[in-house]
Design a protein around this ligand. Sequence first.
Ligand code: HEC
Ligand code: HEC
Ligand code: HEC
Ligand code: HEC
Ligand code: HEC
Length: 408
Amino acid sequence: MMRRLLALLLSATLGLALAGAAREPRRPEAEQLEFLTRHWRLPIPPQGAPPARFTPLEASLQPESCGTCHPAQFADWQTSLHAKSMGPGVTGQLVEMVESDPASALHCYTCHAPLAEQQPKVEDGKGGYAVNRGFDPKLETRGLACAACHVRRHQRFGPPKRDGSLASELPREKLPHNGVTRTPAFLRAEFCKDCHQFPPDGFALNGKLLENTYNEWKAGPYGRRGVQCQECHMPDRRHLWRGIHDPSMVRSGVTITLVTDRERYDPGQRVTATLTITNSRVGHSFPTYVTPRVVARVELRDARDRLVPGSREERVIAREVSPDLSRELADTRLAPGQSLTFAYRRELPGRGLRLKAVVTVYPDHFYTGLFESLLAQGAGKGTAQIRDALAATRRSSFVLYEKELPLT
Ligand code: HEC
Ligand code: HEC
Ligand code: HEC
Ligand code: HEC
Ligand code: HEC
């Protein structure tokens, strides 16, 4: 089954290099998109020998090396999931796959550790795979490193300066790492697309691509208004990329209200409460992937804070798929602007009762099931890592919203 899952993921990622290809827009836009097609050839080709005048620090691809001169970006990046993209859930699956099925393994690397120097094997040009002589095991563990987004053949690329200008004050050969080539392509949603959007012929369930974040954004109000991914995920150019794992990020995108039809009730009367969850500022579906699960629960509590038996009701917001990715079970995600209206009606059995509503986010719900099934089948040399990853998925849930209303 693990093999089957990998094959599915693999087929989903074929044609990545084609994604983001040309349309026929305004000239600068076409140039930026062409730049991005070149920039995101995956895997990223070997950097080759550094320019002779580079010091070892300038030649290094290690994030800490960049961090000596760019401490703010390094400090942010270290806390991000991009820095953890070679965590135990990924490496636990890769240890054996790199030997048994290098083609599939290298496809995982295209998004999780995309620099050629991070990959233990290379295509040998004869349809097989060979040991990669340029492999740097220390860089491999750093996941989506600075260099993957900013360095090609030892040249630095970056966004325009904050005032919009592209030039540097000094001649480039006087600057560390020969300065930087600046392009507005770094400010576009398409910069993120190759890893956060499957191509049109990628793996789909129930007629919908498994990863469709860019298209959801593009078709929605933020894409139409030109609010790019970076404006929400890299505000003030911060390198945090907060998402579904971060309570304050999720709260920034979702509005939740709880109202009842009256202020006070007598025993035996009927309460009607409405919990409304609105995708008010998420740039795509809430949530966008099949991996998280959001559970809204409403119940009655008595004066001693015990659950009133039979009073609990739940609604789920998620795109739920089976762990082997063979079926979509349900899709209740909220598109931008859309709401879930959870109407709760019940006769009150007594006095001293309170209504309680809780919304909980399980960011790694899918992976809990996946890792459990991998362990059940035997995860081989990856067992210890998959166990760690499974434990982490069980710790990542958080309460997004909680409210109690006295009723009687
Ligand atoms: C020895 C110090 C040093 C090291 C090491 C270094 N940089 Fe830089 N970097 C600079 C300086 C100085 C500038 C400003 C250049 C200019 O004004 O044009 C700069 C500019 C940049 C820019 C453009 C940012 C801006 O201010 O607009 C990017 C992106 C960048 N570096 C990425 C990297 C990456 C990625 C690494 C590691 C692979 C790295 N740098 C390593 C000193 C360094
Ligand atoms: C080279 C591939 C790649 C590129 C380019 C990329 N990402 Fe990611 N991104 C990933 C991977 C892989 C993960 C998952 C890391 C993990 O948890 O193992 C991720 C995770 C994230 C998350 C965290 C999601 C969560 O679950 O909380 C956000 C947000 C995100 N990326 C936004 C962006 C944005 C915005 C851009 C463009 C500026 C971007 N990414 C560019 C590969 C990429
Ligand atoms: C098209 C880019 C892409 C490819 C190819 C890809 N992933 Fe991911 N992966 C992501 C993104 C984006 C996330 C974060 C969103 C999510 O959790 O679904 C992620 C998350 C994960 C996670 C959960 C986070 C973590 O670090 O534990 C695991 C495990 C994982 N991928 C394993 C794999 C494996 C194994 C392969 C190869 C069979 C693979 N991925 C191929 C983009 C990719
Ligand atoms: C997933 C891709 C990605 C990774 C990884 C990444 N960056 Fe960036 N970086 C960007 C983008 C995109 C921008 C422009 C963001 C914007 O302007 O909204 C940027 C901007 C910058 C800037 C200019 C900041 C400014 O204030 O003008 C510097 C410097 C920089 N990055 C350095 C780094 C360093 C150092 C690392 C690693 C510690 C790193 N980046 C990792 C995508 C990335
Ligand atoms: C208007 C702000 C906004 C824009 C624009 C936006 N996002 Fe998000 N994004 C959010 C918020 C808020 C969350 C947290 C809630 C959630 O997970 O749905 C999020 C979550 C995510 C996640 C976490 C995974 C998940 O299942 O939700 C990823 C990955 C992501 N965004 C990528 C992107 C990419 C790529 C783009 C551009 C194509 C983008 N976002 C555009 C606000 C935005």
